[in-house]
Design a protein around this ligand. Structure first.
Ligand code: ATP
Ligand code: ATP
Lengths: 221, 221
């Protein structure tokens, strides 16, 4: 179990604090707004009203003793988000996660030593674009812009055919679609052979560009 | 291929429009701010400056002919978001996705007939809570209980070593960890060779059981 400090209780921070607390971690939630603190009282171990840009307060709260600090100030507070991150870094916090409002903000956070930058709206948008839009895609993990890993229910037209017959036996990257694994029933196997037959109920784990992913429903016909 | 209309080009809407367009869908992007339209020109089929709360304009743009309309106005524009959703519903748009700024907003959107409500900050926070807390794991896609695909920042001890030297050259499944791809800078490549050297800034896409994933920080030492 970890000691986690969450600074900023907007939607991202409040949800994160709650989820971590439910998972059994020790959570200190900090926000400058008393109303936010009141809402968070049963969703964190401690909830403290404080201005996180005040280094003396952060020292008093011993935040450098925490395993992870999360700076979840949002687009209304970009400068504070950067300042708080700089302070936490200088206090020697071992791992800092910060949420960015845009690319420039994120780049700045990385430059000041934040260990992990999160872009909630972009991540969610990328997922939304694939899950429910591309035929059969039921989950999606972006890797770089335009390329990611999808969990895919194979279209009807693929069932009973081999990977090679359906054009899915390629090595992927820019050349098409690579089936990295197949989940079948309760088990899964990696690097399926090109003569592997696709069965009803299979879930294909594929790496593909957005363009190729979009074409999968056509492949089946 | 679908006909999709995206209303509101904040971070969520702009990313969603771009991702859908890259996937081959026809995308009409609408925003009241000309600067947002200029940015979106090569990331959508058409980008039109318009006030989406103006029903006459939406009719002129034939949005009821679209397969899906997405209302991605944010916390700055909650009332407009609700009004636009009501208008789209009354125009008979077959499927409406709307992004909500908070629970009350989301509940209202559902009451006026939105088909799918997205909460980007909450979704991202939930993933961050579960995924950001195993050493180096920055994303996770479960395949079966106890086995999944993770995006992993390699620990310090791995840098400068090959996949084989760090014990990551296996074929995975129940026998270890399989590195399916490496993201390096803005590009990525699949099925890296066992003599591939791990560099600072790399992101490894690995398939592994939870147990092996947990041991990765030990592997490095
Ligand atoms: N200096 C500060 N110290 C502590 N908390 C702060 C400080 N400045 C702002 N906050 C708090 O940070 C929280 C989130 O800030 P902000 O309004 O910028 O984000 P948001 O866009 O609402 O976030 P989200 O998108 O997660 O809902 C607010 O609850 C605010 O009270
Ligand atoms: N009536 C309207 N018609 C069309 N576009 C609008 C209207 N009102 C606002 N917008 C646009 O919607 C976009 C997003 O709005 P808003 O600022 O509320 O969200 P945001 O919080 O910035 O979104 P995100 O979190 O996705 O970055 C802006 O680009 C804005 O210009």
């Amino acid at each position: 179990k970890k000691q986690v400090c969450v600074i900023g209780l907007g939607r991202f921070g409040a949800t994160l604090s709650h989820e971590l607390y439910q998972s059994g971690h020790d959570v200190l939630a900090i926000d400058i707004d008393e109303a936010k603190i009141q809402d968070q009282l049963d969703r964190a171990t401690y909830a403290v009203r404080a201005d996180a840009t005040n280094e003396a307060i952060l020292k008093e709260l011993d935040v450098s003793e925490y395993d992870v600090c999360i700076v979840s100030l949002g687009s209304e507070n970009i400068q504070s988000s950067i300042l708080v991150s700089v302070i936490l870094k200088s206090m020697g916090v071992p791992f800092i996660i910060a949420r960015a409002a845009n690319e420039l903000h994120g780049a700045t956070l990385e430059r000041v030593g934040v260990d992990r930058v999160v872009y909630p709206e972009s991540e969610s948008a990328r997922r939304t674009a694939h899950v429910g839009f591309d035929a059969g895609v039921i989950d999606y993990m972006p890797i770089v812009p335009d390329f990611g890993i999808s969990k895919l229910r194979p279209p009807e037209g693929m069932l009973g055919h081999t990977l090679e017959e359906t054009g899915l036996a390629g090595t992927g990257d820019r050349h098409g679609i690579s089936v990295l694994a197949i989940r079948r029933g309760r088990t899964s196997f990696l690097h399926p052979a090109k003569d592997e037959e696709i069965k009803a109920g299979d879930v294909l784990i594929v790496a593909a560009t957005n363009e190729h992913l979009g074409k999968i429903s056509e492949i089946a016909n």
